[in-house]
Design a protein around this ligand. Structure first.
Ligand SMILES: Nc1ncnc2c1ncn2[C@@H]1O[C@H](COP(=O)(O)OP(=O)(O)O)[C@@H](O)[C@H]1O
Ligand SMILES: [Mg+2]
Length: 262
């Protein structure tokens, strides 16, 4: 095992990209899906990555999540250069440090919420004993408000509940970085606010979050907004007027109460 992996600097930024490129080659053409991107994300940030379809957001997220390697340039994750790691080390790093949430939830359909959330612990190192896997998955589901749905399979849950299971699954390994690619893309606006409330609470508790969205009103819940076009970062700004999903939820609840009483 390389020293890059065993001595991560606690003070290093969670993400450091330097002149990162990811090129796709087909027989005729070469697509620079990510083109010369440099980006630093510090611990505790909440970054939205925006941009039109095809601008390279998912390609960038796949590299950030160590699901794909850059064609050129450097990626340091929590101080470790990802290029120095072999496949096994990369898989371990991913399991230990990164949680993923996708637009399509990606839950196993014949498997209960509890078993879905236990799954990442099955591949953890050191091994997590069965009883502890169950306890940790149960608390992760309770933390996302699904303590009464442990034995439900995905088809017996709403879209918002399925996404909350996926968030519990992403958080059960206690990662330092949560990557979410369009996590509210399949959800109605009320449910989107609930999901953003969860993510904001996790971020307030110290988790670093990088989230792709193409909706500005969702990006406005983040602390920083990065905009991509044709594989490049064309804007990178602090969001000084951040929306609070918790406040909006209470306002919606209060309005519903009033409507019921009227
Ligand atoms: N596996 C692939 N092979 C070839 N080209 C790809 C592949 N994946 C994405 N691309 C191309 O790379 C560019 C960026 O795609 P993507 O990262 O999916 O953008 P976004 O997520 O912003 O919609 C697009 O032009 C897309 O067609
Ligand atoms: Mg995409």
């Amino acid at each position: 095992m390389s020293t890059a992996m065993t001595t991560p600097a606690a003070t290093a930024p969670v993400i450091e990209l330097h002149a990162l490129c990811r090129t796709y080659r087909t027989e005729e053409v070469e697509v620079r899906a990510v083109n010369n991107v440099s980006l630093t994300v510090e611990r505790g940030e909440f970054v939205a990555i925006m941009g039109a379809s095809g601008s390279g957001k998912s390609t960038l997220m796949n590299v950030l999540g160590c699901l794909d390697r850059p064609t050129s340039g450097e990626y340091r994750l929590a101080g470790s250069s990802v290029a120095d790691l072999d496949r096994t080390e990369l898989a371990l790093l991913r399991n230990r440090r990164i949680g993923f949430v996708f637009q399509s939830f990606n839950l196993l359909s014949r498997t209960t919420a509890l078993e879905n959330v236990e799954l990442p612990l099955l591949y953890s190192e050191p091994l997590v004993p069965q009883r502890q896997r169950r306890t940790r998955a149960t608390s992760a589901l309770e933390a996302v408000g699904l303590g009464t749905r442990l034995k439900h399979v995905p088809s017996h849950l709403s879209g918002g509940q399925q996404q909350r299971v996926a968030i519990a699954r992403a958080l059960v390994t206690e990662p330092e970085l949560l990557l979410a690619d369009e996590p509210t893309g399949n959800l109605d606006s009320r449910t989107s606010i609930e999901i953003m409330d969860l993510l904001q609470k996790q971020n307030d508790a110290g988790l670093t979050v990088v989230m792709v969205t193409h909706e500005l009103d969702i990006a406005e819940y983040c602390r920083r907004i990065v905009v991509m076009r044709d594989g490049e970062i064309i804007r990178d700004e602090v969001n000084t007027d951040r929306r609070s999903a918790a406040a909006e939820r209470s306002a919606l609840d209060a309005a519903e109460q009033r409507a019921k009483l009227a």
